[in-house]
Design a protein around this ligand. Structure first.
Ligand SMILES: *Cc1c(COP(=O)(O)O)cnc(C)c1O
Length: 394
């Protein structure tokens, strides 16, 4: 079947929740993907920061193949070897003492919010359940994570949303401090806002947030669904800012393309959960965890993350050159390999022209072109994208 035939069925049978590009992708390898007609693209979106090791990384594919032949699913009524192995690696390489596995970013954030409330109920005086989150944030599409999300456009039409969230402007420490009440149990934020337009806060701000949380006995909850897993050039994004959280959520890049989410916490906080307080049927299943373990093994290879940082700095400096040379570009920004160009006009024509030329990029709001290439992207591939940008930027 050709692309048009697939798209006809897609448009007839699937719920119209996505505005999809007219592209049917059927194969991937490294930074490259191919559509059903055999046309090749360089993927600077990586499935929205999911395929951080590139498409079909051989180590991930091998791990999945091997695990698929051994055991696909058993319940969390039993101990699960790949789940134990992945948890042990996450504990070894991050701030966390304990891990809970689930299947998506939203589900990880749901778990984080449940854990924060339960911790406050059990171990903190008073009735604290409110969580302060940020304007422009994105935490997921379930009811509670929508309530946490600070973007009106994704919340519209779904009220009443569950109470217990207060939104303040991002990068505004004073506003955060003012929003803290005797009801507050925690602060939840992204270390770099992803869906909000790749907004990088100052070190001072994030360190101020962390200090405030630790001083006031509030839980610092970091949504690292997008910034985690090497994206900013450190295994978890907050390491780049020198702060220590209580709870971190992961998903996107953790499974190398397989659905998985994780909730990481300190021992002090994790002890609020006890048998029966939280669960997920597929959470921590052998297949996803085997893939996650392969991802962790590659990312913790000495030199891997330094290379991400180096490529990110090169890419950003070249984007900055473009920004200063082009009247239509307002700013180049980002961190690691989470980068963006903000235009003075709609980004869609640029994104479409890049696609036409064989490059996949991602919008973030109306005027931002986002670049989230696989962390394994080669310098030559970055140069090809930059050359294509030269052609299509206003
Ligand atoms: C993508 C994303 C989510 C939601 O993850 P899903 O797996 O789609 O539920 C939550 N938070 C952030 C920061 C994200 O980028």
């Amino acid at each position: 079947m050709n692309a048009r035939q697939w798209m006809d069925i897609s448009e007839r049978c699937l719920m119209p929740t996505y505005r999809r590009y007219p592209l049917v992708l059927v194969k991937g390898e490294g930074t490259r993907v191919w559509d059903v007609d055999g046309k090749e693209y360089l993927d600077f979106g990586a499935g929205i920061a999911v395929c951080n090791l590139g498409h079909c990384h051989p180590r991930v594919v091998e791990a999945i193949k091997g695990q698929a032949q051994r055991l696909l699913h058993v319940s969390n009524l039993y101990h699960i070897v790949p789940q134990i192995e992945l948890a042990r690696m996450l504990v070894e390489y991050t701030f966390a003492d304990r891990v809970f596995f689930c299947n998506s970013g939203a589900e990880a954030n749901e778990g984080a919010i449940k854990l924060a409330r339960l911790y406050a109920r059990k171990f903190v005086e008073g009735d604290r359940y409110e969580i302060v989150t940020m304007r422009g944030s994105f935490h997921g599409r379930t009811m509670v994570t929508l309530a946490a999300t600070g973007q009106e456009k994704v919340r519209k039409g779904f009220d009443p949303l569950p109470p217990g969230f207060v939104h303040v402007p991002y990068s505004d420490l004073e506003a955060l401090e003012k929003a803290i009440t005797p009801r507050t149990c925690g602060v939840m934020l992204e270390v770099v806002q992803g869906e909000g337009g790749v907004v990088v806060p100052s070190h001072e701000y994030l360190q101020g947030v962390a200090r405030l949380c630790w001083e006031r006995g509030l839980l610092l909850i970091l949504d690292e669904v997008q910034t985690g897993m090497g994206r900013l050039g450190t295994l978890l994004g907050h390491e780049s800012f020198g702060i220590v959280p209580h709870i971190v959520t992961l998903a996107k890049g953790l499974g190398g393309g397989v659905a998985i989410g994780a909730l990481l916490a300190t021992e002090e906080v994790a002890r609020a959960f006890e048998p029966g307080t939280h669960a997920s049927t597929f959470g921590g299943n052998p297949l996803a965890c085997a893939a996650g373990k392969a991802v962790m093994e590659v990312m913790t290879t000495p030199g891997f993350l330094e290379e991400v940082k180096r490529k990110g700095e090169y890419f950003l400096s070249r984007l900055r050159d473009l920004a200063s040379a082009r009247g239509g570009v307002k700013e180049a920004r980002g961190m690691g390999l989470m980068l963006a160009l903000e235009l003075d006009r709609e980004a869609a024509p640029v994104i479409n022209a890049l696609m036409e030329g064989g490059f996949l990029t991602i919008p973030s709001g109306e005027k931002v072109v986002r670049f989230l290439p696989p962390l394994t992207v080669e310098k030559e591939e970055i140069d090809l994208l930059l050359a294509a940008l030269e052609e299509v930027l206003p």
